[in-house]
Structures are given as C-alpha cells and as structure tokens.
Ligand binder design. Structure first.
Ligand code: ASP
Length: 436
C-alpha cells in the first residue's frame, strides 16, 4: 500500500478548531500518514502569524530590547491551543528553553523554526503520532543547500505503523545549527517528506481550492486550474502565483509524485493537481504577472559582430551581485530586465560600468515595467497563440514594451507599463479562457 503525505499551512492550523478539522481530514482517508505542519497562522485579518512574532522576538532580543510583547502573545497562543486540545506535554518548559536562546544566534533561523516545532509536538500528541524532528534528518550542506542524503536518512525514520508528524520549514547544518528554508518553506519540507517516504501523493492543504488561471484579485471569477504540469507551475509561481513555494516542486518532480492543492474549508473540492504530464490539451493554462521591474537598454552599432559583448555585459551584473530576469535583444540592441528588489540602488553604478566597459551609442534605464507570463505546454507548435495575445493587447489599447518567447515554447513573456498590469492580465485571460 502506498501512503499520502499531507502538509497543512498556517491558516489551516491557526486555532484549535482548525486543528481538529485537519485531524478529521487526516483520519478520513487511511492512506494519509505523513503529516507536515506549518506554524499557526492568522486567525483573522488583523491577527499575527506565529512565525512573524518569532522573528520579531529574535530581532528585539538581539538588540537588547524588551521582547516580552511577542513572547507573551506566543505563549498565550500556544498555551490556549494546548489547553483546548487537552495536550499534556510541557509547552511552558519548551517556551522557557526558547526564551533562553532568544537573540543568541546571528541568524533568526532557530527562533523562527520553533513555531513549526511546537505545532508539530501538539499535533503529534493529538494524533498519537511519532514525532520526527527535522533537525535530525533534514540536512543542509555547509553551503546551505539541501544534502541529498536527507532522503535516505529521513526515509529510514518514516517506517513502521501509525502517523508521523514532521514539522515543516527547517532542518540542520552539519554542525547541528538549525537552518530554515525561505518563507513559506513548509511546502518544501512536505515535498521532501513525500519523496523520502515514497508517497504516492503529496497533498498540500491550504485555504484556497487550488490555483486559478489568473490571480483572483485581478480576475474575480477566474477559473480553477484542474491540472498543471510541474514545469508550467514553476513558470507561474516564479512569476507571482503564490499558492505554493516555488522550490517545492523539485523534490517530487524527479520521482513524479503528484501534488494536489486542497482547501481545508472545502475538502471535497478536488483543487489543482500538479503532474508530470497533463491530459487537458488547452494551449494556455495560466497567466501570472508582477510589477516593479526596470530595464537597461543598450544600443551599439555592429553589436552583433563584437565577440564577448554579451559576456561582458552580464558579468557587470554578476560582479554587482544582481541577478537578471530577461534579456530581449535586437540586431544592435539588447535589454536587461531586473526586478527592483534585486536592483536596489545599484542602477547608477551598473550604468556607469556599462558606459565604461562597453561604450554603447545609447544607454538608458527605464523603470515602472510589469512582466506578464502566459504559460502553457500546449502552446508548443500551436499556431496563433502569440497572435491572440498581441491582438488582445491591441484591442485593449495596451502598448507592448517587450515580447519574448523562450525556445521551450511554453511561456510568452510580455512587458507593459506597471499601470497596465491588471488590465493586461484581464485581457489575456478573456482571450484564452475558452480557447481549446
Ligand atoms: N511558518 C513559515 C512562514 O510563515 C513557513 C511556512 O508556513 O511554510 O513562512
């Protein structure tokens, strides 16, 4: 019999009634066995996430400030969870131990991981499950990357009957120091557990019923995506579709374990299935976009004949520690698109270096660009996709600043003014919604 790994997000474990609901979901299918919890999330709009409070606690303690406020809220939240769920393990002793370590480390990782740790201990007791501490079996190398031995080491801990609870978000470096994944990283833990346990399915339980074809804040009635491939999702989440951490695909992609995005508030809804190959043949499966990009525009006569021009240009970005996103080019022109968060205040220095090292005829830096990806493996060899997309832009009166299609023919990238982002996403959605 093959088993299922279930990851529950913070909003699905925010209070005792959410936890009881998660427990009843787990128990309603006997194949569900490996459980990965996040830390308790927000119970309502104005509430605080436990992980945010832990980061605040660390930051304040590190600066020698009185951190009793975040600490008291955390104690209160976990205290009432333990009380309402009738849990007996000594949560106060755990919190005292955490308080002793507050501000001890340079990085906040140990503190941040305690939300998942404590929630994992609670859930393990409620489920009468084996508690597996990722500090002992999810291993990072010195360089911070996941050690591939993790799968075997963790797999060996996941044998035997009953439930296993493995807290999300963290593991340990070779010297035992706790390290977390980036924010939202319990999704990655879930994928690692699914692979290590050779699960047949990775269920990712959250508070939405899967992915929509476009951001529902932009297209209110956007259709649910029933099936999406790992590669399509990678492109969509990279471009801003935020339901799943964008690194959660890698552990399960190779063994081909499907991920199902499900909603704890509507558990019968099949959500979205992320698979190796999808059965639906529609050319476009989703549209995602985000604003806040800048574009370096470089023009130089006979650029195409100058050996090493591209290498020199990109090495300037490398030396400045700035990673670029897209590089559309013409015959004597090339542009480099960078997100503003990445660029920071390095724009003028990069311009200076381009000027000095490449002596372009024209050089400019424009900001306020939005990038939109229209994604679908079905567009490969499907005639008319770009025509439909650009037609939609023309009809809506949106100026296309950039258009770029990679050789995979799976993604058409366009660049528009930031202020046109939402209008453009709506127009593309309308153009492809019913196109087979
Ligand atoms: N609790 C962590 C965060 O808020 C990890 C997670 O929930 O996936 O980012």
């Amino acid at each position: 019999m093959q088993f299922i790994t279930c990851k529950f997000g913070g909003s699905s474990l925010a209070d005792a009634s959410c936890i009881r609901n998660a427990v009843s979901i787990i128990k309603s299918n006997t194949s569900r066995r490996y459980i990965v919890p996040s830390a308790p999330g927000k119970r309502h709009g104005e509430d605080k996430k436990i992980t945010d409070l832990l980061y605040a606690w660390h930051g304040m303690a590190r600066q020698g400030l009185d951190a009793s406020e975040p600490r008291n809220i955390i104690e209160e939240r976990f205290g009432s969870l333990a009380h309402e769920l009738g849990v007996t393990f000594d949560i106060r002793a755990c919190l005292d131990e955490i308080a002793q370590c507050a501000g001890r480390d340079k990085t906040p990782d140990y503190m941040a991981s305690r939300g998942e740790y404590l929630n994992g201990r609670l859930l393990a007791e409620v489920l009468e499950a084996v508690f597996v501490d990722p500090a002992e079996c999810i291993l990072f190398k010195e360089n911070g990357k996941l050690d591939p031995d993790t799968y075997e080491r963790l797999g060996a801990r996941l044998t035997g009957p009953g439930y296993f609870v493995i807290p999300g978000f963290y593991g340990a470096l070779p010297d035992g120091t706790i390290q977390t994944f980036s924010r939202g990283g319990s999704d990655v833990t879930g994928a690692i557990v699914a692979r290590a346990s050779k699960s047949c399915l990775y269920e990712n339980w959250t508070d939405v019923s899967g992915f929509c074809m476009a951001d529902p804040r932009i297209v209110a009635d956007a259709k649910r995506i029933e099936e999406v491939t790992y590669r399509e999702l990678r492109e969509l989440s990279y471009m801003g579709a935020t339901v799943l951490h964008d690194e959660a695909i890698f552990p399960v992609q190779e063994p081909g374990i499907p991920i199902q995005i499900l909603n704890t508030r509507d558990p019968k809804n099949p959500g979205t299935m992320i698979v190796q190959k999808r059965t639906a043949t529609s050319p476009v499966c989703g549209i995602a976009g985000r604003g806040g990009f800048s574009m370096f525009n470089i023009e130089k006569t006979l650029m195409n004949k100058e050996h090493g021009f591209g290498r020199k240009l990109l090495s300037i970005f490398e030396e400045m520690g700035v990673s670029w996103e897209h590089m559309p080019s013409g015959i004597d022109t090339v542009s480099v698109i960078v997100h503003d968060n990445e660029l920071g205040n390095k724009g003028p220095v990069i311009m200076e270096q381009i000027e000095r090292q490449l002596s372009p005829n024209e050089l400019s830096l424009t900001s306020g660009l939005a990038i939109i990806a229209t994604v679908g493996q079905g567009m490969n060899h499907h005639i008319g996709v770009a025509a439909r997309l650009t037609g939609a832009m023309a009809q809506t009166g949106i100026n296309l600043r950039v258009i770029d299609q990679g050789s995979s023919e799976m993604n058409i990238i366009i660049g528009v003014e930031d202020r046109d982002l939402e209008k453009a996403v709506r127009a593309i959605y309308q153009a492809f919604i019913d196109w087979k």
